[in-house]
Design a binder for this molecule. Structure first.
Ligand code: PMP
Length: 324
């Protein structure tokens, strides 16, 4: 039987309708009107099984009336690595994909925070499980409005998921593959059904891996700790950004090592970091409050600095932004 979500998570009657589709998307290097980009019905499902993608944010600066794409080069590099592991031959270079993203944001005249999703998939009519034989890789890029939650007071009450994180010798989490998100969905659904905001996944060694779609840091006695890239995590771009801010700006040492479940319960602070999650403070885990159950001081400072950087308010990190 399919369990229903608790009342607070059900769609509210009278909720605003989904926003209208953007004017354009980018398909195989060409700006294409949104409604003209169709595939044959027989491709549904199989194209997704081996597809890899990126999730990129662009932030609107109200004063400068400018849109900035955050960490574009790093996302393009990870996208190329995901395609490589999947044995896809990229039809466009990294800089061509980058230019397509900027063009698409311009064409859609986005003057608000946005989420950009490049997706690489094997096209053609051969089922995707045999996709190594299919020569054609296509790239689809969409860009949609997506407001930032930074500095809005968002916090997460978390549980440890009973689901286990994928492993590198199974379905490599380092590859940002659509199919990996089945694992993430199980974690998020379980957490929400049980009344939590988000789940934290342990890997097959029983150590903390990450959130459903975000990496994790904990703070213990003034030291920031995050699981290593071999713990079953996506090699997060935000995790590297946070590392730099912690070490260089806040002079907080960062240690990369395995984290035990019970370390979460006794941590002074913890937060998720990721493109979508941005900086999300974690205030409890399995109903153990972290410290006094409020957002910790280092977490609050990181959220503030991250906000200023992504919006182009902190000049020192302008090299991380691509102006549209
Ligand atoms: N882990 C998973 C599973 C994710 O989906 C994401 C979001 N891309 C992250 C971590 C964070 O990665 P990034 O900071 O590059 O967005």
């Amino acid at each position: 039987m399919v369990e229903s979500l608790p009342a607070q998570h059900e769609a509210k009657a009278g909720a605003p309708a989904a926003p209208a589709a953007p004017k354009y998307l980018s398909l195989s290097g060409k700006l294409t009107p949104w409604h003209e980009a169709t595939v044959h019905i027989t491709q549904v499902g199989w194209t997704a099984i081996s597809a890899v993608f990126e999730g990129i944010r662009a932030y609107w600066n109200t004063e400068a009336k400018r849109l900035y794409v955050f960490q574009l080069d790093q996302h393009l590099k990870r996208f190329a690595n995901s395609m490589k592991v999947m044995r896809m031959a990229p039809p466009l270079t990294e800089s061509e994909i980058g230019a397509q993203i900027v063009n698409l944001l311009k064409a859609n005249e986005l003057a608000e925070d946005a989420y950009v999703q490049p997706l690489a998939f094997f096209s053609g009519s051969v089922p995707g499980y045999r996709a190594v034989e299919v020569p054609t890789t296509e790239i689809l890029i969409t860009a949609r409005p997506s407001p930032s939650a930074l500095l809005t007071g968002r916090v997460n009450h978390c549980c440890i998921s009973t689901w286990v994180r994928l492993a590198d010798n199974m379905m490599p989490p380092r590859v940002k593959a659509l199919a990996n998100y089945q694992n993430s969905r199980m974690v998020s659904q379980e957490a929400r059904v049980n009344g939590y905001d988000a789940g934290i996944i342990l890997n097959n060694a029983g150590k903390v891996a990450e959130g459903a779609a975000a990496c994790i840091y904990i703070i213990r006695d003034g030291v920031a700790i995050t699981p290593p890239v071999t713990a079953g995590i996506l090699e997060s771009i935000t995790r590297e950004v946070v590392r730099e801010l912690l070490e260089k700006d806040l002079h907080v040492p960062v240690v990369e090592r395995d984290i035990d479940r019970t370390e979460l319960y006794i941590a002074n602070e913890a937060f998720f970091c990721g493109t979508m999650a941005e900086i999300t403070p974690i205030v409890s885990v399995d109903r153990y409050n972290l410290a006094d159950g409020q957002v910790g001081p280092i977490t609050a400072e990181i959220e503030k600095r991250y906000h200023d950087i992504v919006r182009g308010l902190d000049e020192r990190y302008r090299q991380w932004l691509t102006e549209v």
